[in-house]
Design a binder for this molecule. Sequence first.
Ligand SMILES: NC(=O)c1ccc[n+]([C@@H]2O[C@H](COP(=O)([O-])OP(=O)(O)OC[C@H]3O[C@@H](n4cnc5c(N)ncnc54)[C@H](OP(=O)(O)O)[C@@H]3O)[C@@H](O)[C@H]2O)c1
Length: 322
Amino acid sequence: MGFLYSQFFRTPPYPTGNFSGKTVIITGSNVGLGKEAARHYARLGAGKLILAVRSVDKGQAAKEDIVRTTGHQNTHVWKLDMSDYGSVQAFTKRADTELDRVDIFIANAGVVRAEYHEVNGHEEAISVNVIATFLLMANMMPKMRETAARFHTRPTFAVTGSGAYTQTTFPQRSAPNGAILTTLSDRETSKKYWLQQYPVSKLVQLLFVRGIADQHPASKFPVTINIANPGLCHSELARDMNGLGFRLFKLIVARSTEVGSRTLVHAGASGVETHGKYLSDCIIEEPTALVTDAAGQESQKRITDEVLKAIDAIQPGASKKF
Ligand SMILES: NC(=O)c1ccc[n+]([C@@H]2O[C@H](COP(=O)([O-])OP(=O)(O)OC[C@H]3O[C@@H](n4cnc5c(N)ncnc54)[C@H](OP(=O)(O)O)[C@@H]3O)[C@@H](O)[C@H]2O)c1
């Protein structure tokens, strides 16, 4: 009921504000929610806007559209392939050396697949939505901390989460110690719970954001980290799914891409009060018991620990960048 109420009766407010002087980076911004969020930031005068995309050609087409509709003069297209950890590392190195500051980072790129695909030894949603996203987050922290210190400001790193996190029972949390992520990527287990695979990737995102904020509370950490639920929106996300039922459901229930993108602009513009928080319809919302009860808190600690170990395995010392 909460989901349908939100879809039909709540409309995220149209973004306002002035982002002049701010550098904004949005991943997965050649289409969908990322592109519309980028258009808002351009319209609101972002000092510098970076579209972080895996296809530079598609990014260039998005840039031309954004520039044509907003007149923005400082939009750039940078290559970032989230299915290649080397690309994530190269991107953050480039940000570190070429950018003066990073005020707002929207980690929006995400994937949902109709079938099991393995990427970097993990199921693709786990590799892209979780491990690459948090490797990116860790590697962006030094630049964002530096921005905070140099410009006496508080940057924000927002993750595009999803209310779909409630659509899993998270059976993999009963995996032995240190083995939740590998169980989530196990081919047979994934296939058994396939309809829960994308939701569980979004649940793991939420658990990690809460877990890392617990480890680095706002009083001691100069960057806000939050996670936003845009609601069910029209976009190209379900491009891999051809089910008529889902398409019909979406036709009736989904928001426009632009309306959904407002939640990302809001999350990126939000401050310290949103650190470690889940934002839904631009409002801080308490997650469900799956996340907050004793078992949820235990899962949060285990997931945070496992994700930090996973990024350290890719890049020794990555977890120390927070
Ligand atoms: N639409 C919804 O109803 C909804 C609801 C809740 C949450 N979300 C979340 O919103 C975010 C944006 O999705 P969307 O709905 O806007 O879908 P979308 O139109 O499919 O956009 C997804 C973006 O992610 C990029 N991407 C996917 N895999 C990538 C990779 N390996 N490396 C780099 N970029 C990659 C895509 O690039 P390509 O075009 O090159 O593939 C695209 O730019 C996702 O995190 C999704 O989980 C969506």
